[in-house]
Design a binder for this molecule. Sequence first.
Ligand code: GBH
Length: 488
Amino acid sequence: MPNKEEFLKDHPYLFNKEVSRSDFPPAFFFGVATSAYQIEGACNEGGRGPSIWDAFTRREGTILDASNGDIAVDHYHRYKEDIELIAKLGFEAYRFSISWSRIFPDGLGTKINEEGVTFYNNIINTLLERGIQPYATLYHWDLPLHLEESIGGWLNKDVAKYFGIYADACFASFGDRVKHWITINEPQQTSINGYDTGIFAPGRRSSTEPYLAAHHQILAHATAVSIYRSKYKEKQGGQIGLVVDCEWAEPKSNKVEDKIAATRRLDFHLGWYLHPLYYGDYPEVMRETLAEKLPMFTEEEKALIRNSYDFLGLNHYTSRFIAHTTELPENHNFYRAQGVARIDEWDGGEPIGERAASEWLYVCPWGLRKALVYISQRYNNPPLYVTENGMDDEDTGSLHEMLDDKLRVQYYKGYLAAVSQAIKDGANVRGYFAWSLLDNFEWQLGYTKRFGLVYVDYKNGLTRHPKSSAYWFARLLKGGEDKKGKED
Ligand code: GBH
């Protein structure tokens, strides 16, 4: 492992006392992000059909606190109040996701559900009235349950066709006002956690299915992009892209085998999706390692997927040291395939960064700069957005304590400084979204972890209370002018 003191000497930007708006280009903007299943609730209202997460959360033992998103934080009924909050804090953009089964309840695309369209029209119109730019994600993990049950969901190639029909309906209904579209959020999580570790819906454990689920997500993405470009882009003048997630992989040592292992890890995580979108096929190292497990693209499909994005989004939270290894975990096919060890401490045993509430999340701002610069250099400097970045707290303290989220303020200071450095290094980063506006349903961890800038009081009518970090952003965005709340 690297020596902490020596390593951090090379990262002086982290020790800037404050970041300010002037550290970013004038056109750079700040937003907040959410996703439908995590906040909306109203699972049986407005004609919504069930999704795979409704079914998964009902299976015993899947969710830490046995909860679900039936009510979530009731955003479906409180969207006006929530958008009011976004405006009050001074954010200029809002990234939300559309629930596929609110638009097409059975996913097949035969009959559009007008109540679902009205709900998202209300959101979009309310945002625009407040001068907030909508960034819409078409898929944040909530596949219509009927598609899972009737055709096998992401394991069936036809899912790409149905996704195309759904995307088309969204472009037609909302594209006069939505100018930034994200097809799929973190395809890697659906592939690995949905089909390898099984901790996410649909909860399968297989050594081959993750590669099929990924393949079909790539085709679904490219199908939607091709529809947007041929039918809507010219008229509507918007942009469309994909959001990938990536933990930064820092080589454990200067040894060649560790450096190669770190690059291999990035190829398995980012390259799995970005190589097809850029070159038309998977990274060579995945073909070599996975052989016949990795599906093939036809020449026609290669032409469809190549260059199928106007921008890329990166969701980034944390980093690890990576070493070459041949001792591989038994129960995790994906790590076995990669031949890497993932290390969370410095030389001497100190954690790689301060631990957030989730076990996987350590505060390592330097990794975000490296990840952005890596994507820029490896994929020909595309327009980039940080589409998620944030940390969680354990749900322990009193309301008063939970609102004083000092570590989150530190987190954002460090990570924003890292974004500003990446831009100075030449990365074409155009905007940044904090995850998340509200405390919400954190998937397999239920409501036990809180990622919000705004506290949601689950025991008292789901009332919203901005945390110190929210006021910190408000001051940053208003250029230092003091609003409500106090400095940490
Ligand atoms: C994002 O994924 C999601 O887009 C968002 O919906 C979510 O709320 C946010 O993260 C916070 O988690 O349990 O050790 O196997 C980021 C990628 C995927 C990282 C799930 C952690 C679980 C790791 N995350 N993963 S583990």
